[in-house]
Design a protein around this ligand. Structure first.
Ligand code: HPA
Length: 242
């Protein structure tokens, strides 16, 4: 590992993070997950209130830490987790805007790949690289979803740097089959690829940019809970793998 700890943005000690870290965007989501789902959660990061915790789920060590919003933010935290703390797997658990008319609020979208309008990959010297999820994590998640009877929508995500901008982009990216728009996956996938690590982005649909459907807070929470259980069960299985 090439980064000394504590790192600039994480004040945890060596060994504080599990092999797999789940990353919601919101620090209070990380706290909620730790307190709701993990046994013996211990807070391991507090820098900038980007809360991070490690605990156990069904006996397996699992960490959860916020990524913040956008590619610059997730690229900092994922880099420091991978390179400073020896984390092997990062699973983003977020929300996305659907670009496919058949997707409903609460549906689960998984990024087999992540296209982007960000210059992050180009500026790292790899313009044109296809940023893709780790197949092992993806196939493990598919096994978990099948056993839970949960439908996954697996395909391309569009990781954008622009939340408030030209709304025509939805039609454009939809026309080449992209399932949903979010703001982090491509940078996470790039960092994992560059550092020889593994990552996957799972998102629940919070709104549909084609049909105009918008979710209620309750719908968002219910969908989030199912995504959370999918991610935790996947982390348990990854922990059993070498
Ligand atoms: N744009 C970017 N990210 C998002 C959106 C969106 O419309 N909805 C949920 N995450």
């Amino acid at each position: 590992m090439s980064l000394n700890i504590p790192t600039p943005h994480i004040n945890a000690n060596k060994g504080d993070f599990a092999k797999t870290v789940l990353m919601p965007g919101d620090p209070l989501r990380a706290k909620y997950i730790a307190e709701t789902y993990l046994e013996n959660p211990k807070q391991v990061n507090s820098v900038r209130n980007v809360l991070g915790y490690t605990g156990f789920y069904k006996g397996a060590p699992v960490s959860v830490m916020a990524s913040g919003m956008g590619m610059p933010s997730i690229s900092i935290y994922s880099y420091e987790l991978f390179e400073g703390y020896g984390v092997e797997n990062i699973i983003r658990i977020g929300t996305a805007g659907a670009l496919n008319k058949d997707l409903k609020i609460g549906d689960v979208v998984v990024g087999m790949g992540a296209s982007t309008n960000s210059s992050f990959i180009k500026e790292n010297g790899f313009s044109g690289l296809s940023t893709i999820a780790d197949y092992g994590i993806l196939s493990t998640l598919c096994d978990v979803a099948r056993s839970r009877g949960t439908t996954l929508n697996v395909g391309n995500l569009f990781s954008t740097d622009i939340f408030y901008g030209d709304s025509n982009f939805a039609e454009k990216w939809s026309s080449v089959g992209v399932l949903a728009v979010e703001m982090e996956a491509a940078a996470l996938y790039f960092n994992a690829a560059k550092l020889g690590k593994k990552s996957l982005a799972i998102c629940t649909v919070s709104d549909n940019l084609v049909t105009g459907e918008v979710s209620s807070a309750e719908e968002r929470q219910t969908a989030f809970n199912e995504m959370m259980l999918l991610a935790l069960e996947t982390a348990v299985k990854l922990n059993k793998q070498a």
